[in-house]
Design a protein around this ligand. Structure first.
Ligand code: ASP
Ligand code: MG
Length: 590
């Protein structure tokens, strides 16, 4: 018998009428011949309310008791949902995380799922009951109640679907699907029919709030098809799958409005310094993004990155200490910056997307203060006032308002995404949410060019990457960061075979801009680790840096995404770095 997991979020079970509505959806699925597991969140804003009660007593409630408190919200909903189903004449049974056997680690308020026992659920399902599971919660080895982090019911639902081998996991919510960008910000945002796990993961971590990003990690690892849809209508929503039926170069644009940019200026350029910085930040459990370490000049380099605005003070504290430890010159930061990113599987290995994005932004006379890229995303940092205008320009230049079939311009009908989910040997993992490493790779075909001291004004990146594209060159990594005295530094990599051509173009630009001669290195190696959960496991980048630092390997350019972390090192140390990383991650490799 097919099995369906249905998840109803807080707004979908906000009152008893809505709970009855959700119950009817479960009944319909059962009547259609499915076994049904329903996962629910706490009603409406219950969790917020519970948190505020604790805060009325103290600013620092213990995490164990917060889990005890917050988990009560879901317990109310499961009981009411079971009562609703019974009142409608259906057999149902409610179960807490502990009763199901959702085992987690002991990190209260942000626990990770280790294993799920399916026996009790199977028994109830086989007895013809609809199973109602409490989302967001689990139990550790000592029997303490744990929660998975705010928004964690999505993760419960997809994890249950994975453990039960469900045919589909329906996420019922207050929006009717996944959009090309936040429809509350841009009216022209379009609901997508299908999107890939990798794209959804990037969009979720870059600011799209639809789903808890750890739930997508589960879906990807275990191959669960996720259907995001409205609980208030019957229209089909969006499917999150391994390989969408059609895809364009860019699948969506995300905006993270309230970010802060920090720079550690004048870091002595030697092995271990980047490692120490990110170790301290990981210890403070701060999630960094847009990490840019630019090419050192005079033995010193600048390391910039972004953090959520709320973490600015905590990050400044960390930087103060680290700065003294490693002898950096100073700390520089900027508040109220916005990260606007585009994501698409179709941009992998194909040029054209970056310069198009930069040009769209520059046409609005908006300055980009930082750029990072990975194979399937490009992120730019702009000022808070320019945020919406940037998003609109980017959304429109990639014609995201049009369905893929409406777009037949050859430029945008990207190559078919290749299947990205090999048969994963997930059973080898000690915990369901452990990092999974698919590949560790050494690329010795690239060269690096750096343009120091380019004018920091609108249109610079657009001009540069258009000219390089005109010369027929496909650029791989691009990073731009703020240099000294309001000048920008742009670094990019190209195949070594076209280094001379790229240098010619870049030198010509340097002449036109009266900026310094470009620097280059034709003997770099790019080491990359690819997998699932790389960003949500904040310590991973740190382990990579530490492994290389222990081997006395100096790290240059860094690029991070959900599924990939790449760093450039000296070519002569490439092979050694590869072996060190393979050893370090031997247990997580599939
Ligand atoms: N009730 C929890 C929260 O509000 C979990 C969830 O809704 O996903 O964060
Ligand atoms: Mg939610």
């Amino acid at each position: 018998m097919p099995l369906i997991v249905q998840k109803f979020g807080g707004t979908s079970v906000a009152d008893t009428q809505k709970i009855l509505g959700a119950a009817r959806k479960a009944i319909r699925a059962a009547q259609a011949g499915n076994q049904v597991v329903v996962v629910v969140s706490a009603m409406g804003k219950t969790t917020d309310h519970l948190v505020s009660l604790a805060k009325e007593i103290t600013d620092r409630p213990s995490h164990r008791e917060m889990d005890m408190l917050m988990s009560s919200g879901e317990q109310v909903t499961i009981a009411l949902m079971a009562i609703a189903l019974e009142s409608l004449g259906y057999k149902a049974v409610s179960m807490t995380g502990a009763q199901i056997g959702i085992k987690t680690d002991s990190s209260h308020t942000k626990a990770r799922i280790r294993s799920i026992s399916t026996d009790s659920m199977r028994k109830a399902l086989d007895a013809g009951k609809i199973v109602i599971a409490a989302g967001f919660q689990g139990i550790d080895d000592e029997g303490n109640i744990t929660t998975l982090g705010r928004g964690g019911s999505d993760t419960s639902a997809v994890a249950l679907a994975a453990a039960l081998g469900a045919d589909e996991c329906d996420i019922y919510t207050d929006v009717d699907g996944v959009y090309t960008t936040d429809p509350r910000l841009l009216a022209e945002a379009r609901k997508v029919a299908q999107i890939s796990y990798d794209e959804m993961l990037e969009l979720a971590s870059l600011g799209a709030g639809v789903m808890h990003s750890r739930s997508i990690e589960f879906a990807k690892k275990f191959g669960v098809t996720v259907h995001v849809r409205s609980s208030f209508t019957d229209t089909p929503g969006s499917l999150i799958v391994a390989t969408p039926e059609s895809n364009t170069a860019v699948a969506g644009a995300a905006i993270a409005k309230n970010e802060a940019r920090l720079t550690l200026v004048g870091v002595p350029d030697k092995p271990g310094n980047a490692m120490r910085l990110f170790a301290r930040i990981a210890e403070a459990k701060i999630a960094t993004d847009m990490i840019v370490q630019n090419i050192g000049q005079e033995g010193r380099t600048d390391i910039s990155f972004t953090v959520p605005g709320n973490d600015l003070t905590a990050t400044l504290d960390v930087l103060k200490t680290v700065s003294e430890e490693i002898g950096a010159e100073r700390v520089d930061y900027q508040e109220n910056v916005t990260k606007v990113s585009v994501v698409g599987l179709g941009m992998e290995g194909q040029g054209g997307v970056a310069e198009k994005m930069f040009r769209a932004v520059s046409r609005k006379m908006i300055n980009i203060s930082m750029i990072t890229t990975s194979e399937i995303k490009i992120s730019t940092l702009v000022s808070w006032e320019d945020a919406l205008e940037t998003l609109r320009a980017v959304h429109s230049v990639f014609q995201l308002e049009k369905t893929p079939s409406q777009l037949n311009s050859p430029e945008l009908s990207a190559k078919q995404a290749k299947p990205i989910k090999p048969e994963l040997d997930v059973a080898r993992l000690s915990g369901m949410e452990d990092i999974l490493i698919e590949a560790i790779h050494l690329d010795q075909t690239q060269a690096r060019i750096t343009m120091p001291n380019v004018p920091d004004k609108p249109g610079i990146a657009a001009e540069m990457f258009e000219r390089i594209a005109e010369a027929g060159i496909v650029v791989d990594m691009i990073v731009q960061s703020c240099g000294r005295n309001g000048k920008a530094i742009i670094t990019y990599t190209v195949p070594r075979t076209v280094l001379d051509t790229a240098l010619d173009v870049t030198k010509k630009l340097a002449g036109e801009w009266k900026s310094d001669e470009p620097l280059y290195n034709s003997t770099i190696a790019i080491l990359s680790v690819r997998g699932t959960g790389l960003r949500s496991h904040t310590g991973l980048a740190y382990r990579m840096f530490k492994t290389l630092a222990d081997g006395k390997i100096n790290v240059n350019v860094i690029s991070t995404s959900e599924r990939n972390i790449s760093i450039t090192v000296n070519n002569a140390q490439g092979e050694q770095g590869l072996q060190l990383l393979k050893k370090e991650f031997a247990n997580e490799m599939i």
